[in-house]
Design a protein around this ligand. Structure first.
Ligand code: EPU
Length: 431
């Protein structure tokens, strides 16, 4: 089995009886959006790639199954530092891609760059993932074509070949796309010559991928900046890499501590990865204090206060924190506005929060939230990964019982959230 640790959790509903302060230590896992490209990077080399601090979530399990079908051996272990996987991709068979698994997640599009680089061919359906907007892949395709790939897009299938190998190119991304930057980075390390990616995304997960690729022998300059320069043709070896902590899980649980008026030690959490969100949280009354083990989060003395925020590429306010922060602001004093600038349909949690009494009006890309003292429990449905987290938060802060369904979304993005919350005093169960 590709991910023997993955057990489909029993119970299709999550029941939360709210208004209990969260108190205790909540361990922050490795970042979902870092580990997925890191796992794909193992396809670039016949040598062993070991990843530590791997989050045990459904997206990781699905990608592991995809890699196994492609011919990778996956060896899992657990240590004090968490889950680890060693990937051996010495026999990659690109034609064995599983279309159904590809359509279950967005990050599967990264197989395109890695398989082209390693095998000179890739054929996969359009990737799946959250229904939060159009989510085109035109930047990925244009960049790979500039590197010499022939790509045909018919009947929902992407067929790409680079029989004579990829070559370096000067690429300017129309927008700093996270996925396109990662895909082109994966392709460029094996391409002949130099590639520059301008207007590259600067999310910490990209620097984490580049750090692992460098440990494998890649030559990449400009980490954490808008211009990545890659000297290609590298003979890649193996590597051992520890996945960076999940800044989205961290920010979400910081909001949960403040919303429930509790106090959480977010072990391994890092304020420096939050970007602009750190100051937005501070203004909203989410108090963060660094310690040797991580960060202690609680409500500020002055209580929760409305703020105005706009999502933007890193270091701007992360779109993946938008929904959980909205759950917090729904119970903050005063009025807040949230403008969603990354994805055009990422307000689907609003209708669910309204069922819990939230006073939210949406106009175009902006939601206006009038804070009320406390939400009330209701039956709600998770519509995407971060909407799921927002509804858990809302349930934890609400009066009475909240029932969530659509839990696959929660499982995709979070490692053992129910158990970790219960250990911090939440009245939460899967049924
Ligand atoms: N875009 C295009 N064409 C492209 C690529 C992107 O038009 O070829 C547009 C998108 O439609 C979107 C914007 O550019 O409007 C930004 O998209 P980006 O490519 O940066 O996002 P992504 O790679 O699809 C990753 C994360 C998302 C996260 C975004 C933004 C992974 C697996 N996914 O998506 O995570 O919201 O970056 O930070 O890393 C989540 O974890 O819940 C999640 C959705």
């Amino acid at each position: 089995m590709a991910a023997p640790w993955w057990r489909p959790t029993t119970g299709s509903k999550l029941i939360i009886r709210g208004s209990r302060p969260l108190v205790g230590t909540y361990p922050i896992s490795g970042a979902k959006n870092a580990v997925l490209p890191l796992m794909v990077s193992a396809l670039l080399t016949p040598h062993l790639v070991t990843l530590r601090n791997v989050p045990a979530n459904l997206d990781v399990a699905v990608l592991a199954a995809l890699l196994q079908r492609l011919g990778c051996d996956m060896h899992w272990s657990t240590a004090e530092s968490g889950l680890a996987v060693t990937i051996a991709a010495d026999r990659v068979q690109p034609q064995r891609i599983d279309p159904e698994l590809v359509t279950r997640m967005r990050a599967s599009v990264l197989l395109l760059g890695a398989l082209l680089a390693r095998c000179g061919e890739a054929a996969l359906p359009m990737p799946g993932g959250d229904a939060i907007g159009l989510r085109g892949i035109d930047f990925h395709i244009a960049g790979l074509r500039a590197m010499g790939a022939s790509i045909d897009l018919t009947a929902g299938t992407i067929r790409a070949t680079a029989r004579d190998g990829l070559r370096g190119a000067a690429i300017l991304l129309p927008q700093p796309s996270v996925g396109a930057t990662e895909n082109l980075l994966l392709a460029a390390v094996a391409a002949a010559g130099t590639t520059t990616i301008r207007n590259a995304a600067r999310e910490p997960e990209i620097a984490d991928l580049a750090t692992c690729l460098i440990a494998m022998g890649a030559r990449i300059a400009g980490l954490g900046t808008h211009v990545l320069t890659i000297e290609g043709d590298a003979q890649l070896g193996g590597a051992v890499h520890t996945v960076l902590p999940d800044r989205i899980e961290f920010g979400t649980l910081a909001c949960a501590a403040a919303l429930t008026d509790g106090e959480l030690l977010l072990a391994r959490g890092r304020v420096d990865l939050l970007g602009v969100a750190a100051s937005s949280f501070d203004a909203a009354g989410v108090h963060l204090r660094k310690t040797a083990e991580g960060v202690v989060a609680r409500r500020a003395e002055g209580g929760l206060t409305g703020v105005d925020l706009t999502t933007a590429p890193y270091p701007g306010f992360a779109t993946d924190l938008q929904a959980p922060t909205m759950a917090l602001l729904a119970a903050a004093a005063g009025t807040s506005t949230i403008t969603e600038n990354i994805f055009e349909q990422r307000f689907r949690h609003v209708d669910e929060l309204r069922k819990m009494g939230a006073d939210i009006a949406v106009r175009g890309r902006t939601a206006r939230i009038r804070g009320i003292e406390r939400l009330h429990g209701a039956a709600v449905t998770c519509t995407d990964v971060r909407a799921a987290a927002a509804l858990v938060l809302a349930g934890l802060g609400a009066k009475g019982e909240t029932t969530l369904d659509g839990l696959d979304h929660l499982d995709r993005g979070y490692d053992a959230m129910t158990g970790k919350l219960a250990a911090c005093g939440a009245d939460i169960e899967r049924r």
